[in-house]
Design a binder for this molecule. Structure first.
Ligand code: LHQ
Length: 258
């Protein structure tokens, strides 16, 4: 069985971390397979939205600690530069919305992969742990970039230093994730978000993502210029024409992502 499952459902690329017996902790094979799945999502024009989740009871327990110990450990340099950093960069660079459905515990790099998605939702029983400090490491996988921006410096610092477990409801309340969702129909309801996005004007959504990526580092003046540039692109899409026409004709629009 593959350590990452990949399938296309309608126009959604579904990526499932699949080492449930190891709480989907990342070893080299899984990190590289996830990158391959993200590349397929980026390059396949049929795919208009990406949905990432975990198999079994966990989303991901972060780094497989068995791989960094023992006789032939994988080096930290390799783990960061070949595993996590490319995963985070690929998620942010993907010109399609990435929905992450956190189905259980997300710890260490597992938590920060989840927080790098465009829209992160979590099952009520799921939790987030910045587990790094407990083993003497610093938060990686973009955590020190995204978490303070999501929840503010004080809370991010406390969670990263104390390594507290945050449940899904608290995570939603503090703005770490978009929504905490009910247990019973979590897969179906979280997938509906991805499905809805895949039927929207996805070129416009990609341009929105570009603007938001830039907003994390831009001045207001630069950001206004960026909005100007990207809005011109959005206004030239077929989907924009379709959206306006459908509104005026009082019908449902059919968007093609073009
Ligand atoms: C695991 C793991 C795991 C291996 C559970 N590895 N087996 C970057 C640079 C380079 C190196 C290091 O890492 C990084 C980035 C990072 O991600 S650092 C942070 C690494 N992750 C952690 O420190 C989390 C460790 N795990 C836990 O704290 C707990 O397992 C959590 C809170 C995730 C879940 O707790 P429980 O639900 O109580 O499950 P459990 O602890 O009983 O685990 C179940 C099994 O999974 C168990 O194996 P066993 O054979 O006893 O059933 C664990 O050993 C194994 N497992 N996490 N990361």
């Amino acid at each position: 069985m593959s350590v990452v499952l990949f399938e296309i459902r309608e126009q959604v690329g579904c990526v499932t971390l699949n080492r449930p017996e190891k709480l989907n902790s990342f070893n080299r094979e899984m990190a590289l397979a996830m990158q391959q799945a993200l590349d397929e999502c980026a390059n396949n024009p049929e795919i208009r939205c990406v949905y990432v989740t975990g198999a079994g009871k966990a989303f991901s327990a972060g780094q497989d600690l068995g791989e960094v110990t023992g006789d032939d450990p994988v080096s930290f340099k390799v783990i960061l530069s070949e595993h996590y950093n490319p995963i985070i960069s690929k998620i942010r660079a993907l010109q399609k919305p990435v929905v992450c459905a956190v189905n259980g515990v997300a710890a260490g790099a597992g938590a920060n992969v989840a927080l790098s998605a465009d829209i992160t939702v979590a099952k009520k029983s799921a939790s987030f742990i910045q587990a790094f400090s407990k083993i003497g490491l610093i938060p990686d996988s973009g955590g020190t970039f995204f978490l303070p921006r999501l929840i503010g410096m004080q809370k991010a610092t406390a969670l990263m230093m104390l390594g507290d477990k945050v449940n899904a409801e608290e995570a939603a309340q503090m703005g770490m994730i978009y929504k905490c969702m009910e247990e019973v129909d979590f897969e179906e309801k979280s997938f509906e978000i991805a499905l809805k996005l895949s039927k929207m004007p996805t070129t416009g959504l990609a341009l929105t993502k570009q603007a938001l990526n830039k907003s994390l580092i831009n001045t207001l003046t630069d950001q206004l210029n960026e909005e100007d540039r990207l809005q011109l692109k959005a206004s030239a899409t077929e989907d924009y024409q379709e959206g306006v026409n459908a509104f005026l004709e009082k019908r449902n629009p059919i968007f093609k992502g073009k």
